[in-house]
Ligand binder design. Structure first.
Ligand SMILES: Nc1nc2c(ncn2[C@@H]2O[C@H](COP(=O)(O)OP(=O)(O)OP(=O)(O)O)[C@@H](O)[C@H]2O)c(=O)[nH]1
Ligand SMILES: [Mg+2]
Length: 301
């Protein structure tokens, strides 16, 4: 592996290869050495989490948002947590063509990551990747996670603005309500808005929103056709309004604190789990009961 010093030289020089290698290093479990020198540089980027059910158009939306950000001359980082995403596997020709356009753009850095089952979850290596992209100086960072399981909830802990994408005519809204994703949305995106049931989905979201007690920020709802790029300007404006709200209200400070706490908790839990497993393995003592054994092990910590 490239030495840390050489990696940091490449990183500091703004070479994408330096960033790529830093993320690989973090993925392989050595985020600590990088964060020691790079963490102080974080906190500048606009971070967007984009989640939603499979096939709703998250990658297409991401691609459209990248295009929008680039038109504003902002550099962009994309992290695709879903391994089946076109970003990693090139599922669809249309998406591939769009992405190829971004692949050759030196101001766009695209990375796909596996959603790992381990304790770090999305906030493990993905959290590191967000921080590294931020430290690298990318202006906008978009994290796409597929909306099944814990990952979409976790993304809300890391991102400043969480976008929940839904598509009409699929029963999505009920799924979302069940999974508790409703609560994490800063902005709802009804994609494939050309669908005849788009307005019905919009009404369903609005009526679900009435059940929830929102604070100062009431989620916005954007209608998009990601393939054509329709509604992307409005979506971008909603993202900017949310960001402005975060800064004007001071909520951004609380969000940063929450993201920090979340990552610290995940890291600490991961380490504890390791030590605990080792301690349990070292005490195969069946002569005492499980309660007594757990007390004995904890007493060693
Ligand atoms: N009609 C229509 N189709 C769309 C729109 N946006 C995306 N699609 C199509 O929907 C399909 C899924 O799009 P993706 O962007 O891959 O969806 P995804 O949510 O990233 O999918 P996963 O990552 O697999 O969960 C593709 O065939 C897209 O071309 C839209 O606005 N209208
Ligand atoms: Mg995708």
């Amino acid at each position: 592996m490239l030495s840390l010093e050489n990696l940091l030289v490449e990183f500091d020089a703004g070479r994408p290869r330096g960033l790529a290698r830093a993320i690989t290093r973090a993925e392989s479990g050595d985020g600590a050495s990088l964060m020691r020198s790079l963490y102080a540089r974080t906190g500048r980027a606009l971070t967007i989490g984009l989640t939603g059910p499979p096939g709703v158009g998250k990658s297409t939306l991401t691609s459209a948002l990248v295009k929008k950000a680039r038109s504003l001359d902002k550099s962009v980082g994309v992290i695709s947590v879903d391994p089946s995403s076109p970003f990693s596997h090139g599922a669809l020709l249309g998406d591939r063509i769009r992405l190829t356009e971004h692949f050759v753009d030196p101001k766009v850095f695209i990375r796909s990551m596996a959603a790992r089952g381990h304790l770090g979850g999305v906030s493990g290596a993905t959290g590191d990747a967000v921080l590294l992209m931020d430290a690298f100086g990318l202006d906008v960072i978009i994290v796409e996670t597929v909306g099944v399981g814990q990952s979409e909830i976790e993304i809300a802990e890391l991102a400043q603005s969480t976008l929940v994408a839904l598509q009409p005519g699929s029963g999505d809204s009920i799924q979302v309500l069940k999974a508790g994703i409703m609560e994490i949305a800063d902005i709802f995106v009804v994609n494939k808005a050309d669908h005849p049931m788009a307005n019905q989905l919009k009404r369903e979201i609005r009526s679900m929103m009435e059940i929830l007690q929102y604070g100062a920020w009431v989620p916005e709802l954007a209608m998009t056709q990601a393939l054509e790029g329709t509604g992307i300007d409005e979506l971008w404006s909603a993202i900017e309004r949310h960001r402005a709200y975060l800064f004007e209200s001071g909520e951004i400070v609380r969000k940063r604190r929450a993201a920090f706490d979340h990552q610290v908790r995940q890291l600490a839990l991961g380490k504890l789990q390791h030590r605990l497993d080792a301690a349990i393995a070292a005490h195969p003592d069946l002569s005492i009961d499980p309660y007594a054994a757990s007390e004995r092990i904890l007493a060693e910590f």
